[in-house]
Design a protein around this ligand. Structure first.
Ligand code: ADP
Ligand code: MG
Length: 237
């Protein structure tokens, strides 16, 4: 049965690439600010992928999201666009500290997300930043002093700053994004994730993405999400 399913997907990939993996929704149709739309246009994004079309409206409506989707489906914009729009709407300021926290398992993945985030935030006043191992902690401290509204981080360095950098304000956090949850647990970040979840506000919105489901992920889901909407996408863009 499993093979049959794979063959079916391969068949679809050949014949319906564009029609199948893009939705009918355009970024311009979304209930998001013009500045974000302008940023998206500059990046040449016009049509939402399936995961983006399924996630963004729910996230904008305040729902928690549990997303299951393969690599390449477009998860980065699925979580960045709505979470950044929420900060923009409430006029979240640098002095309020971190409002959106994105946790991703590796430095490379964090850098990729950060690069998209930087471009996306080009026309909005909210700040963004990257906190990954390997940089001077003092330099990072200076960024926290100014305020990092949208923060992309690996778990290890993040916990370090939560425990040791008093300039890091995370008490006003509004959105938590856990990217590639399966890989985070595979690498062994369970303890760090538990520490982070204990320290950040309970009253917040959370989105968790994982390509696969395991028992450990179920624990993490239980600990981090409240009545999530389950979104599954089995195709790539
Ligand atoms: P994932 O995190 O699910 O693996 P990414 O967010 O990294 O996927 O996106 C994969 C690729 O698809 C990237 O090169 C990205 O620029 C591109 N992409 C994402 N969304 C769109 C879109 N709506 N239209 C066109 N390309 C997109
Ligand atoms: Mg990704």
């Amino acid at each position: 049965e499993h093979n049959e399913r794979n063959e079916h997907n391969e068949h679809n990939e050949h014949n319906e690439r564009k029609e199948k993996f893009y939705s009918k929704l355009k970024f311009d149709d979304l209930d998001i600010c013009d500045s974000l739309k302008k940023g998206l246009r500059d990046l040449n994004f016009t049509t939402l992928t399936e995961i983006q079309a399924k996630c963004i409206p729910h996230f904008l409506n305040g729902k928690d999201i549990l997303g299951a989707a393969k690599t390449g489906s477009g998860k980065t914009l699925a979580f960045l666009v709505p979470s950044i729009n929420i900060l923009y709407n409430i006029k979240f300021l640098p002095k309020n500290g971190t409002g959106v926290l994105v946790i991703s398992p590796t430095r490379e993945l964090c850098i990729q997300i950060y690069n998209v985030c930087k471009d996306l935030c080009k026309y909005i006043p909210q700040t963004n930043g990257l906190i990954i191992g390997g940089m001077s902690k003092n330099e990072e401290k200076k960024k926290f002093m100014y305020g990092i509204n949208v923060l992309i981080a690996t778990p290890g360095r993040l916990v370090d700053h939560m425990q040791n950098t008093k300039e890091f304000i995370y008490q006003n956090l509004i959105c938590l994004i856990i990217d590639e949850a399966d890989r985070l647990l595979q690498i062994g970040f369970e303890e760090e994730l538990n520490i982070i979840l204990k320290k950040i506000p309970q009253k917040r919105q959370t989105a968790l993405f994982s390509a696969t489901q395991t028992t450990k992920i179920e624990n993490l889901i239980r600990l981090s999400l409240k009545k999530p909407i389950f979104i599954e996408v089995t195709t790539n863009i």
